[in-house]
Design a protein around this ligand. Structure first.
Ligand code: SF4
Length: 233
């Protein structure tokens, strides 16, 4: 059995090792497919579907998790693909605070998404968790990309301090039983903050500087390690 597959993407033929995803093959051709939940150093889960492409089937395929197949004819930028991406972005804008997610805001502009299309629908609202000296969690800005969970688990840190809770629309990232972060297995490595594509996870010092505190005040607050219970912003 051949260990390579040949397919075409936007009319360009490419041969790649078996197991290569459509996203990886497209990048080899210099074709950019938008991503939100995907991160090159983390396990891909195909959660946000913004990378969905036409791959010959009745259902669009998430390029980050779909392996290339022989003879596949992929279209990454067809009208139906653009419409699907636009709708995903409009739903995200309707439910989540994207004000500190410049890459997603750029996608909204690129795809002509109307952020007010689903205005009036339920928004995902959550308290702001300021319960440790290192970072703040504002899940009003969370797009449930799962990156923080992955990096906290098998992809890097093996701390397993974070996971999903709830179901459907009310699914959100949380600690076990909602415990404050210092009471969890978190080791404050900061990797979750580093991979978060929005402002949902933010270094405490950055947050305090943005609030107008002086460097001395920021140092005093973050050095003390004083813990506050589930402050609501
Ligand atoms: S907190 Fe950030 S990294 Fe974690 S799921 Fe939400 S948006 Fe993704």
């Amino acid at each position: 059995m051949s260990n390579t597959v040949t397919l075409s993407i936007n009319g360009l033929e490419v041969t790649v090792p078996a197991g290569t995803t459509i996203l990886e093959a497209a990048r080899l051709l210099g074709i950019e497919i938008p991503v939100i939940c995907y991160h090159p150093h983390l396990t891909a889960n195909g959660l946000c579907r913004i990378c969905a492409v036409d791959a010959g089937g009745r259902v669009q395929a998430a390029a980050c998790v779909t392996p290339c197949a022989n003879g596949m004819k992929v279209q990454t930028d067809s009208e139906s693909v653009r419409r699907a991406r636009r709708t995903i972005l409009e739903m995200l804008a309707a439910t989540v605070d994207l004000s500190e997610a410049p890459q997603i805001l750029a996608l909204l502009a690129e795809y002509g998404a109307d952020a007010s299309r689903f205005a009036g629908g339920a928004r995902r609202e959550a308290p702001i968790y300021d319960d440790n000296p290192f970072y703040i969690r504002d899940y009003n800005q969370c797009v449930n990309c799962w990156r923080c969970v992955q990096v906290c688990a098998e992809d890097a840190q093996y701390a397993f301090a974070l996971n999903f809770e709830g179901r459907g629309f009310y699914t959100r990232i949380a600690t076990f039983m909602g415990d404050p972060m210092p009471d969890t297995t978190c080791v404050f490595c900061g990797q979750c903050v580093g991979v978060c594509p929005t402002g949902a996870l933010k270094p405490k010092r950055q947050a305090l500087l943005e609030q107008g505190l002086s460097a001395d005040e920021v140092f005093a607050q973050t050095r003390s390690g004083r813990r506050k219970k589930h402050m609501v912003g």
